[in-house]
Design a protein around this ligand. Structure first.
Ligand code: NG6
Ligand code: CA
Length: 507
């Protein structure tokens, strides 16, 4: 698509250069630069968890501001219903099931091959400064890594100039920040040890010492207790490096602000991936946000995340780069209420529907597993609109490659740039969606779910998993809640979709 905004801007810039007056030269400087790109990626935020998509009991004025001032996608998808696979797809442009990507323990080695093309690597090659700040959850180093030494490979080996991350999730050890491959604030006299199989002798756990916990575990989450919160996995030592859970949002935001303020001064554009931890468990709002929603901690951390996005926007405005910055906002998978701790998410739900009317949730092959908030915002370039175009985070690679003039390709990424910029209502024609290695096939308004063995419902999290005894076809436009299986009435359509699905899925 050679008529992308960036190429229009180059034209404008060309005329700007030929003008001698200084005002136009200033505008040339701002518009001729490739835009900064910020990918804001939340963790477990449901389609219905934001105001514009109908949230109740929590207000998200800053996220709504992006949606109302940009494109709010009503058919925007993560590739998968859990974090690691979705992030893998978003960062590499490749379907995660090709790599057998699954939720990783905090001790896992790096999942992305250092030789692989990545979104950040592509943009780096195009002259971008690149950084990731926030959750990683794609593995680090090797199997036998020592957390007390420099950890390699790390995000800096797969396209990011700079990384300031948590290794996995807020509920998994190690509960420390890692900057450019080194644990932050580590005292070498108190080395960190991590084990996902067995405890270190004598260390209390959530299972054996519930009296030491301030947050109670419901399922899983009964290993090492850190800051009163029982976690997944065992950790010993590293006390000086342990993060403060309630300050995590402020901590990452501070790093984000510094990065933007620093890079906005440089001639190079920047690509920042801001991977926020909310509203994943454990939900630990800063005291400033406690009670900001009627939904308990889950809603309060959504309010906290929204405030962070307000601060992000303020930073961009004050740095004078709002009109040269494309923001993409989304979530790695659908919502879950009780994901392993008693935190009132179920009890205080009221009439809020995190799914926004969709069926299933996190872990599910039903639509709410992968159908998430998806917003693009670029002041002065994107006209506010609501879009039904089918887009996936995996498409960022090809779309942004088009935007910045790169000819690099990623296996499964499709160029939907004109949809992302609100110029077209056409997205991709079809998409394979994934939930813990099971896959479904979306094409147009239809989605085909093959039959899978396994429980209908995960009772611990109370989510319907989409394991069906018989293949199902749903028309999501007419039946977004997937109540009516229309497979029997449409045998020809089922046969043709199945054929396409099997040839693309390779099974
Ligand atoms: C599950 C955890 C859940 C969450 C999830 C990963 C248990 C019982 N459940 O295994 O709490 O951490 O992994 O979430 O341990 S994700 O958003 O990073 O995929
Ligand atoms: Ca997630």
């Amino acid at each position: 698509m050679k008529n992308s905004i960036f190429f229009h801007l180059l034209l404008i810039a060309f005329f700007g250069v030929s003008c001698q007056n200084s005002q136009q030269q200033t505008s040339e400087k701002t518009v001729s630069k490739k835009p900064n790109i910020i990918f804001v990626y939340l963790d477990d935020l449901g389609f219905g968890d934001i105001g514009v998509n109908g949230a109740k009991g929590v207000q998200t004025p800053n996220i709504d501001g992006l949606a109302n001032g940009g494109v709010n996608f009503l058919n925007g998808y993560a590739s998968s219903a859990t974090c690691t696979p979705s992030r893998y797809a978003a960062f590499t442009g490749q379907y995660p099931w090709r790599k057998n990507a699954k939720i990783l323990p905090g001790s896992a080695p790096m999942l992305i091959d250092t030789a692989q093309v990545t979104l950040a690597g592509m943009l780096k090659k195009e002259g971008y400064n690149t950084a990731i700040i926030g959750k990683w959850h794609l593995g680090l180093g090797t199997h036998d890594k020592d957390w007390n030494e420099h950890i390699s490979p790390n995000p800096n080996d797969v396209g990011f100039h700079h990384s300031y991350i948590m290794a996995a999730t807020q509920d998994r050890v190690p509960t420390v920040y890692i900057e450019d491959g080194d644990v932050v604030g580590l005292d070498k006299n108190d080395p960190i040890q991590i084990n996902y199989d067995e405890n270190f002798p004598g260390q209390p756990t959530g299972k054996d010492n519930p009296e030491l916990t301030t947050m109670k575990w419901h399922h899983g989450h009964n290993s090492t207790i850190i800051n009163g919160i029982p976690r997944i996995g065992y950790m010993k030592g590293g006390k000086s490096a342990i993060w403060n859970d309630v300050e995590m949002a402020d901590h990452f935001l501070g790093k984000v602000k510094n990065y933007i303020n620093e890079k906005a001064k440089e001639d190079k554009p920047f690509f920042l991936t801001y991977t926020m931890q909310q509203p994943h468990v454990p939900r630990t709002p800063h005291p400033r946000f406690v009670g900001k929603s009627t939904l308990g901690p889950r809603g309060d951390v959504i309010a906290e995340a929204d405030w962070c996005i307000g601060e992000l926007m303020k930073t961009i405005r004050e740095a004078g780069i709002e009109e040269n910055t494309l923001i993409v906002f989304s979530s790695d998978n659908g919502p879950v209420l009780n994901d392993g701790y008693y935190d009132d998410a179920v009890e205080k739900l009221g009439d809020h529907d995190p799914n926004g009317g969709l069926r299933g949730g996190k872990y599910s092959l039903y639509d709410a597993g992968t159908h998430v908030p998806f917003i693009t915002y670029w002041k002065g370039q994107i006209k506010p609109t609501v879009s039904n175009a089918l887009v996936c985070q995996m498409d960022l690679f090809a779309s942004l490659a088009e935007l910045v003039g790169s000819d690099m390709k990623a296996e499964d990424s499709e160029n939907v740039l004109s949809a992302l910029l609100g110029e077209s209502k056409e997205g991709r024609a079809s998409l394979i969606l994934e939930a813990t290695t099971r896959t479904s096939y979306r094409k147009g308004d239809f989605v085909l779910l093959p039959a899978y063995e396994g429980p209908e419902v995960n009772h611990e999290v109370n989510i319907e998993l989409g394991n069906l005894k018989e293949l199902a076809l749903y028309n999501l436009k007419e039946d977004p809640a997937q109540q009516k299986n229309i497979a029997n009435e449409n045998p020809e359509l089922v046969a043709s979709l199945l054929k396409e699905f099997e040839s693309k899925r390779g099974s």
